[in-house]
Design a binder for this molecule. Structure first.
Ligand SMILES: [Zn+2]
Length: 269
């Protein structure tokens, strides 16, 4: 019998920011929007794979984000201590997605080739772009490459059966999304292809933009990857914690994703 993956969302930090700073072309009078910061854990057979790697305490302090949980501690509570993580998929290299990558000594790491090329290339240090990354994280990624632990993806790739990555670009040069074949259908981890439900539902892309047409095409790609029975999970939406079943003992921190959990009443239904 094929073992299908299970996927969990873990919220480790939050912030409140002007909506205009997250929505392309937004009116400054739209007020503030709360943002949650997540990592995602996939378990399939004997494999334990992390999607994205959060940020450090120092980065949280410097960027005025409130850490709400220790991501490594939560992973341990889920039976996935850092040394047991054997793979990390990085959706992209912005500071809130790869800051703890050096905490997983036994992990192979997957990233889009376009993303690595961009952040080791000509425009990486320019002011409007460099704000989204921590230069030390990029240096760590270069080191992982020389250790032979970095796997470059160009477009679509299956990481393990039931878990695949798909380049969408738009928000960053090499942003990829992750599709997980759960027992209820595909769950698509949108990461920053859609920070919030509102972005892909109302066609309102992020203001952090590499290519606006690519961001719009990414919304279409998310729907295509999810299909009629699938589920799209945005990268920073506080609603995620209330739409899925909490992990016992980790209420307000971790939920199990998957269309099979739609029987849990949604707050807006
Ligand atoms: Zn992000």
């Amino acid at each position: 019998m094929t073992v299908l993956p299970r996927v969990f969302a873990i919220r480790y930090a939050r912030s409140v920011a002007p909506k205009a700073s997250y929505f392309y072309g937004s009116d400054p009078h739209e007020g503030d929007v709360p943002m949650d910061f997540f990592i995602w854990l996939i378990r399939v057979g004997s494999r334990t794979i992390l999607v994205d790697a959060g940020f450090s305490e120092q980065t949280a302090r410097r960027r005025s984000k409130e850490l709400t949980a220790d991501p490594l501690g939560v992973l341990s509570s889920l039976g996935a201590s850092a040394d047991l993580i054997d793979g990390v998929i990085l959706t992209h290299l912005h500071y809130d997605h790869c800051g703890l990558i050096s905490s997983f000594p036994n992990a192979q790491v997957w990233v889009q080739e376009k993303e690595m090329s961009f952040w080791t290339g000509r425009f990486a240090s320019r002011r409007p772009l460099v704000a989204a990354i921590e230069p030390t994280d990029i240096a760590t990624m270069v080191g992982l490459n020389f250790e032979g632990r970095l796997h470059f993806v160009d477009g679509d790739a299956e990481i393990v059966p039931g878990v695949s990555v798909h380049w969408v670009g738009g928000h960053s040069a090499g942003l990829q999304v992750v599709r997980v074949a759960t027992d209820g259908g595909p769950t698509v981890l949108a990461s920053d292809a859609s920070h919030l439900y509102e972005q892909f539902e109302l066609d309102r892309p992020s203001s952090v933009v590499q290519s606006l047409p690519e961001m719009l095409a990414a919304f279409d790609r998310l729907r295509e990857l999810a299909g009629a029975d699938g589920d799209i999970v945005p990268g920073h939406d506080p609603l995620v914690l209330s739409r899925y079943r909490p992990v016992p003992g980790l209420e307000g921190v971790a939920v199990e994703l998957g269309p099979t959990l739609h029987s849990v009443p949604r707050p807006d239904s």
